[in-house]
Write a protein that binds this ligand. Structure first.
Ligand code: ZN
Length: 242
């Protein structure tokens, strides 16, 4: 029984059913219950999962790995298949540092409006690429843009991957100020904690529009969050919650 994980999802009726058998319900991510079941975060205040989307990015992922290593923290990386294909050594470096790697599709389409054949191709190709590159089974999937149509999440599960969303974000992909990103993120994390939830923190080490985008602010923000919370909180990878 997954009593420790929260699964945002299903319809309101199904959600009530889940709540009665020990699941916490998705009040932290109210929209998600309309779109199917996905892992967000459990009721474990004090636990934080740093997650990074849209990499690997040769311009910034290595610096991010150094920041994480300097704090002895493991994070979760939801990678794009097309970048993994271009940067296999960097993918291996992430895996060998002990981080959890998940799929973020091959090319970052909005899967909520993609044809079923396209969805399947995006998921299968990325899973195979990441598994061949790392030698590790890929068990987690985060839909691009949070596009969580039930059919998409069902397909991910049929391929052996649990869908993962998030409950803390700060528009780091568009804000050049690391301080602003960090402040907004701390506000979300602290609010979640007051309400009794762990934080599933969405940041970006890459960008869906091309390899090599500037993610300096995101990497700096990750370092500031680590410095702020490292002595009082436990950093986990999302597999700790499933
Ligand atoms: Zn993305």
């Amino acid at each position: 029984m997954l009593s420790t994980g929260i699964y945002a999802g299903l319809g309101a009726v199904a959600g009530l059913g889940l709540a009665t058998c020990g699941f916490a319900y998705a009040s932290v991510w109210p929209g998600s219950r309309l779109f199917g079941e996905a892992l967000v975060a459990p009721r474990r205040p004090g636990e934080l999962a740093l997650t990074f989307d849209d990499g690997p990015n040769p311009a910034w992922t290595p610096q991010l790995l150094d920041v994480l290593a300097s704090h002895g923290v493991r994070a979760t990386f939801f990678m794009l298949g097309k970048y993994a294909q271009a940067e296999p050594a960097l993918v291996r470096r992430v895996a060998e540092a002990g981080h959890l790697i998940g799929s973020h599709s091959w090319s970052h389409p909005n899967l909520a409006i993609a044809a079923p054949g396209r969805v399947r191709q995006e998921l299968v190709r990325t899973k195979e690429m990441l598994e061949q590159t790392t030698g590790v089974q890929i068990k987690y999937f985060r839909p691009p843009f949070g596009g969580r149509r039930p059919a998409v999440l069902r397909m991910a599960r049929s391929l052996g991957m649990s869908p993962v969303l998030w409950n803390a974000m700060a528009s780091d992909w568009s804000d050049p100020s690391a301080d602003r990103i960090t402040k907004r993120m701390m506000h979300s994390i602290d609010r979640l904690e007051r309400r009794g939830w762990a934080a599933n923190i969405l940041l970006h080490d890459g960008g869906n529009l091309g390899l090599g985008v500037d993610r300096g602010p995101s990497v700096t923000a990750a370092g500031l969050l680590l410095s702020h919370y490292i002595t009082t909180h436990r950093f986990v990878t999302v597999d700790a919650w499933s």
